[in-house]
Design a protein around this ligand. Structure first.
Ligand code: ZN
Length: 699
């Protein structure tokens, strides 16, 4: 062991041992095993008290790193992901658990830092509270973080989904965790494969794994939610339908379940739990330095480490860990090799398939290379794809080269070896992310990014260069419609080229097209241009329309696909809605009309349509005035019986009407009374005198 490594490891061991003693003493005290003595107690308690006080002053100290720009901060976040405890882009600082060598590295890079004393004290107190709350919990969610399923809950939900949707999903064992592999308990590595098994064509594949680093709570919850959406929305959402019918989506929720079990008790476990390495300190191997191809490519101690107690310990050989073996071999069975063996050999732009590795945190979307500052030979595709994904989750997109290289990461096998588009998300702002932030921001934003990934997985280097469909409206409905055969449908669709973090000039929409039933990307599908437009295609956002004749559509469900091209003839991903040909239910009008003298209020907002939406309201006020508003008010010129007609139209062009007659009166005159010497005002108010109510259905 050379002196550098010795200093490196002894620092970690010392830190960890001190911390362990501290935790043991504090937890013993808190559970009542050792009573905290007061002055009247006997002297033999003095020893632990002194030790406790000493440890309180000697807990591991974290480092506050101070920046003068966010660009350097993001590079720091990539390189020091393993050491990061907090990052605050607004206030330009990060808190990290840095070794002496890593601090020296910052000196070399002219980045300033100081002891994070106050932060450290607060942090250890918080961790201790969490550990106590989580003690003994197995199956009831993570205490304080109930939005994140435990390992057991996640595995149960994956199994339950595969049982509930047997033709759309399969629960596959792709390998073992280290503990399972060594007969010490542990877990199978389980993948939920989602695809319609009745459709047996060759399909584009998206492979996602999450929470490879055990302490990263949000990633596994996000991918589990994605699986729920794909299966539970299959019957109601047309995009979900075609994605599951014509794509394979493979999700490994927990890539490091052994480590996660430790992290569920609020310990910041990153690596797997391979006890052959640093068993009394920071145990295990960093799985994200253990992948082959670029494993230990740059032997600088920073890209990955040979020190067993380092958070970036690379393992004794490439794919030495069962978790890395399981994932690597699964990737090799999913994807064919699309790339030559040289670093500069590009995969063809038409390469199908995509690999996502979901981590937290730092709000980044990253792509290869990470072992070199040189862009990969597929950089133009990665830039287009990464910038699009980052638009959906509102993160910062960039190549995964930070302040210095990293090697042995998960994209080594998928991109490095095979040329498959491989990206990493760094979700959110914390390892133990607050549930409200996860539920309100991280989950919804990143589900959009995952849906886009699935759509783009057919040609991830090319499709992101084209536009997306942001609106499909059929007779005014954006959620699909039911019409009787032969009814004309008015299709309106909006396309956008600007849903990207890239700022480029001159990207305009060239055209939009639709197909029905046959997926629009198939050569055999009948594609019809959506010709209606304002005529000058000069914008990043264009709206097109066309009337579709449904005479040739059989009764039952159909899917309408739309996609578009930009000015460079680059096609984007499709979007779809359902068209149902069948008996359409008429809408139900609700007519409310109330008057005070000649002033009247009208309101049709209680109207409804059981199989669609109401797209038009038409009021006729006794032939004196009309309105197309849902509600409002009018003033009649004179009193009389007034006939009020309301006609509503639904998205299948089906109409229904309602009417009433109301007596409208002049305001009463002010009566003079000599006996009282004053005036009284007497108003007659007639509210809703409904003489008769007509309801007619046309069509
Ligand atoms: Zn990570």
């Amino acid at each position: 062991m050379n002196t550098l490594v010795k200093r490196f490891s002894s620092k970690f061991v010392t830190q960890y041992t001190r911390w362990l003693i501290y935790v043991v003493v504090v937890s013993l005290c808190s559970t009542g095993t050792i009573a905290l003595p007061n002055k009247t107690q006997s002297t033999h308690f003095k020893q632990p008290v002194m030790q406790l006080q000493m440890q309180n002053n000697n807990e591991p100290k974290f480092t506050k790193v101070i920046f003068n720009n966010t660009k350097t901060m993001r590079k720091f976040a990539i390189s020091f992901h393993h050491a990061l405890l907090e990052i605050n882009y607004r206030s330009l600082y990060a808190i990290a658990d840095l070794s002496i060598n890593e601090q020296k590295k910052l000196d070399d890079l002219n980045i300033s830092y100081q002891d994070a004393e106050e932060w450290s004290g607060r942090y250890w107190r918080f961790q201790e509270q969490l550990k106590q709350k989580n003690a003994g919990k197995q199956l009831a969610g993570i205490v304080g973080f109930e939005c994140y399923a435990t390992v057991e809950e996640t595995l149960q939900q994956g199994l339950d989904l595969s049982v509930a949707y047997p033709t759309l999903s399969e629960w596959i064992d792709i390998g073992d965790s280290w503990k399972k592999d060594n007969n010490k308990g542990g877990y199978d590595l389980m993948v939920l494969k989602i695809t319609n098994q009745y459709m047996s064509e060759e399909k584009p594949k998206l492979f996602i794994h999450s929470s490879m680093h055990a302490r990263e709570y949000a990633p596994a919850a996000l991918t589990l939610e994605f699986a729920h959406r794909l299966l539970e929305d299959y019957n109601t959402d047309a995009d979900t339908r075609w994605l599951v019918d014509h794509h394979e989506i493979h999700i490994l929720f927990h890539m490091n379940p052994d480590g996660r079990k430790i992290a569920e008790t609020a310990v910041l476990q990153r690596k797997n739990t391979n006890e052959n390495h640093c068993s009394t300190g920071k145990v295990g191997v960093d799985l994200n330095r253990n992948f082959a191809y670029f494993w230990n490519y740059i032997d600088d101690g920073f890209s990955s480490s040979g020190n067993e107690c380092s958070e970036i310990f690379r393992g004794i050989s490439a794919e030495s860990e069962p978790e890395t073996q399981g994932v690597s071999n699964y990737i090799r069975t999913l994807f064919a090799d699309a790339r030559g063996d040289l670093e500069d050999d590009a995969a063809p732009e038409t390469t199908s398939g995509m690999h996502l590795d979901i981590h937290s945190y730092s709000e980044l979307v990253l792509w290869p290379y990470g072992h070199s500052s040189q862009p990969s030979p597929n950089d133009s595709g990665f830039v287009a794809l990464g910038n699009k994904l980052a638009w959906f989750n509102n993160y910062t997109p960039q190549q995964s080269f930070g302040l210095y290289p990293t090697d042995g990461t998960s994209d080594d096998v998928s991109y490095g070896e095979l040329g498959i588009a491989a990206l990493t998300f760094e979700l959110g702002t914390s390892f133990f992310q607050d549930c409200s932030v996860y539920n309100n921001t991280i989950k919804p934003d990143n589900l959009k990014a995952l849906y886009y990934s699935a759509k783009a997985s057919a040609m991830p280097y090319l499709l992101p260069k084209g536009p997306e469909v942001s609106l499909i409206s059929l007779n005014g409905s954006e959620t699909g419609i039911t019409v009787s055969q032969g009814t004309n449908i008015n299709l309106i669709s909006t396309l956008k080229t600007n849903q990207t973090k890239l700022s480029e000039s001159g990207r305009t929409i060239l055209k939009a097209e639709f197909s029905i039933d046959a997926p629009i990307w198939l050569q055999s599908s009948i594609k019809t241009e959506i010709t209606g437009n304002d005529g000058n295609l000069t914008s990043e956002i264009e709206t097109f329309d066309i009337t579709i004749d449904t005479s040739n559509l059989s009764s039952g469900e159909h899917i309408l696909y739309v996609r578009g091209y930009n000015q460079n003839q680059q096609v984007g991903v499709p979007s779809a809605v359902f068209i149902n040909i069948g008996e359409n239910n008429s809408p139900t009008p609700s007519l409310v009309f109330t008057c005070t003298n000649l002033s009247c209020n009208y309101d049709a907002s209680g109207s409804s349509d059981s199989d669609g939406n109401i797209t038009n309201y038409l009021w006729d006020f006794n032939g004196e005035e009309t309105s197309t508003s849902i509600s409002g008010s009018i003033n009649f010129a004179s009193a009389s019986n007034k006939t009020i007609n309301l006609t509503i139209t639904d998205d299948s062009n089906n109409t229904a009407a309602s009417a009433l007659v109301i007596t409208v009166t002049e305001p009463a005159l002010i009566e003079e009374s000599s006996s009282s010497g004053g005036g009284t005002i007497n108003f007659f108010t007639i509210i809703l005198l409904m003489l008769f109510r007509l309801k007619t259905h046309k069509k």
